[in-house]
Design a binder for this molecule. Sequence first.
Ligand SMILES: Cc1ncc(COP(=O)(O)O)c(C=O)c1O
Length: 377
Amino acid sequence: MPGPYKIETTAVHAGRRIDPATGAVVPPIHLSTTFERGADGEYPLSYSYSREDNPNRRALEECLAALEGGKEALAFSSGLAVVTAVVQGLEPGDHILAPDDVYYGLRKVLGEIFAKAGLKTTYVDMTDLYAVQQAARPSTRLVWIETPSNPLMKITDLAAVAAIARKAGAISICDGTFASPILQRPLDLGIDMVTHSTTKYIGGHSDVVGGSLVTRFDNYLFERARKSQKYGGAVPSPFECWLTLRGVDTLPYRMRAHSGNASRVAEFLAAHPAVEAVHYPGLPGHPGHQVAARQMSAFGGMVSFQVRGGRDRAMKVASGVRLFTRATSLGGPHSFIEHRASIEGAMTRTPQNLLRMSIGLENADDLIIDLGQALQG
Ligand SMILES: Cc1ncc(COP(=O)(O)O)c(C=O)c1O
């Protein structure tokens, strides 16, 4: 794609071309698992077998790299398949620095799949730059960041942690799922790689699971992740790639609407007497507000809040909503609410009175009315 273009244009055009066989404007879905060799034994169009590469995955990867301002992208079968692929690239004895409130799936992958791999992990408060600096070791190879974090919406200073990681000789990687590449571009701030659960905002319709890994430059962990994708085989199907790319068309406009709605809901909750605390980086009182305002173009669609009266009251509010759906996941058109500690299980560090919401694309007035009646009930 020529350019440079602005992000809305990139979202619609990157990775797409008019189908040369038919003139179709929307890319066809190529279900063929295998591709014909030329008479010379070579693959004239560079595709050989669809686990290794296929037209729909390549289109999605080109688009994801362009959206992030990265050099190259890999599309995986889920967000956690990216975590698995990156961690597989580490050596026994390597040290990982990760946020103490990291998405619980990462702790599960490290603790339950890689327990025998001889990796060391320190979980640290990534908002405390001194603590991050102190936790780095000579063996630190990977600094994992998640901002905004799930579910407490903590904000990590990307440029500062990227600098600490670089000084430590480690690769920094940001899970930007809650922000999407529209609201935050970690690679522009010096982060080495960025990952998303494309299941969420990028796919955007709660109908496809996937993950992305985008790198700013060639590095060994990206190359090993590529092997894990191609030969390990954690690949999305052509249809899943197609659905995800279709979601990207509207991503910039959806992110604006999610952010606008979430700001209204957060302000409403912050003024409500039944609410103990609201976690939304767009609120001026949020501890990460200033950093978020610097590194994000808007504050996103995720809002968590703590209900006065503890777990039982929180459960009552979640059961009292009519428009919100009680469901996990995020980033789709429907608003979701969930009691996060129940999802995370016995090991959870999430407050028991916390409800997490994915604010959808409905009208904010209707969402506010629904929450109002649930909080009164
Ligand atoms: C921040 C974050 N990262 C990663 C994941 C994992 O993604 P997936 O469910 O696509 O494997 C999730 C899923 O909820 C998430 O919220």
